[in-house]
Design a protein around this ligand. Sequence first.
Ligand SMILES: *[C@@H]1O[C@H](CO)[C@@H](O)[C@H](O)[C@H]1NC(C)=O
Ligand SMILES: *[C@@H]1O[C@H](CO)[C@@H](O)[C@H](O)[C@H]1NC(C)=O
Ligand SMILES: *[C@@H]1O[C@H](CO)[C@@H](O)[C@H](O)[C@H]1NC(C)=O
Length: 375
Amino acid sequence: MASSLLLAFTAGLLSTAALAAPHHRAAAASPYPEFILSKRDTSYSYNASLPNVTIYATGGTIAGAANSSAQTTGYQAGAVGIDALLAAVPELQTVANVQGVQVANVGSEAITTSILLALSQHVQAALDDPACQGVVITHGTDTLEESAFFLDLTIHAPKPVVFAGAMRPATAISADGPENLLASVTLAGHPAARGRGGLVVLNDRIASSWYTTKTNANMLDTFKAVEQGYLGTFIDIHPVFYYEAARPLGKHYFDVRGVTALPRVEVLYGHQDLDPSLATAAVAHGAQGLVLAGMGAGGWTDAGTDVLEDLVASHGTKVVVSRRTMDGYVEPTASEGMYGGGFLNPQKARILLQLGLNAGLGESELRGLFEYDGN
Ligand SMILES: *[C@@H]1O[C@H](CO)[C@@H](O)[C@H](O)[C@H]1NC(C)=O
Ligand SMILES: *[C@@H]1O[C@H](CO)[C@@H](O)[C@H](O)[C@H]1NC(C)=O
Ligand SMILES: *[C@@H]1O[C@H](CO)[C@@H](O)[C@H](O)[C@H]1NC(C)=O
């Protein structure tokens, strides 16, 4: 056990290092071959009446290992490989023909833009195959909402893309990963999950990748969209939806096939007596965009705003104003180069700005990306 855990973890580190290298250009057939650490077809008893679902394993607590069954903090995330994960849930064979792909094995703080780009490209290619009904991505929960939002913006298919995580490591008493995985694979293969955009599954809930955020650092009941709610639930691990399929307002599609890097965007946190020069330092280090986790509905200090306006004028920096509160709406701004973030939290606004800048969007298009209210 110990040596296989060590192997899985070492492989995860190697993959991250390989992905960080900028020279991996897209090849024709298989854009990022080194992205895949291992691939395994678990459908040794292929059942033609079941859907085909591919699981992309990236690591995280769902693949975490601790020394004791009572330990739910300070454990090693991304320690257990896809094989062990699948072997732990033999019931998967009764809901889908599952293919497991290990793409990284890291805690989600180590997920990078290059991992996200490669993941999106692989998932799009999988969904383009008519023989694949849906995809599950196992992911650490800390930044799960960022990856789920990124894929929601960059995948073009009505087929389900389901993110699954866990709050307790695989070795814990009442580990939540196995059930979350089984529920996710069931959902990914279910026709009712089509056309609903990206989905997040934890704790018996089906949530929208667009709106959902992690609200609690420790508790099982952490993934929420407090204002927008859940899309559905699981009863006996069978998905039950509250509404017909709907599309979030303001949702756009960005084609990132062949893209290997995105412009840098940094998030600045607002607080009393903030240092305006952090914005200047971020731009000096290559940030093309800044997202403000502003006070209240996007408040920033006068001195800080002066510095931001200078950066917009001198460097063409783009600024999205979001808020440090968990929920709320930031109104459109009247300043060129500065946009109200609407309902997006800072970490999601950052991803949308990266994609908008990469697409070369101009002033009015960037404004349209962030400032909408459905009217
Ligand atoms: C194949 O799946 C169907 C639907 O779940 C099930 O009724 C059937 O028993 C399965 N066949 C085998 C050989 O497991
Ligand atoms: C497990 O225990 C060993 C020995 O006390 C320690 O070195 C290691 O860091 C622990 N691992 C985890 C994941 O807590
Ligand atoms: C599942 O995959 C197999 C093998 O590629 C394929 O023959 C079958 O048609 C697929 N099933 C569905 C429902 O697409």
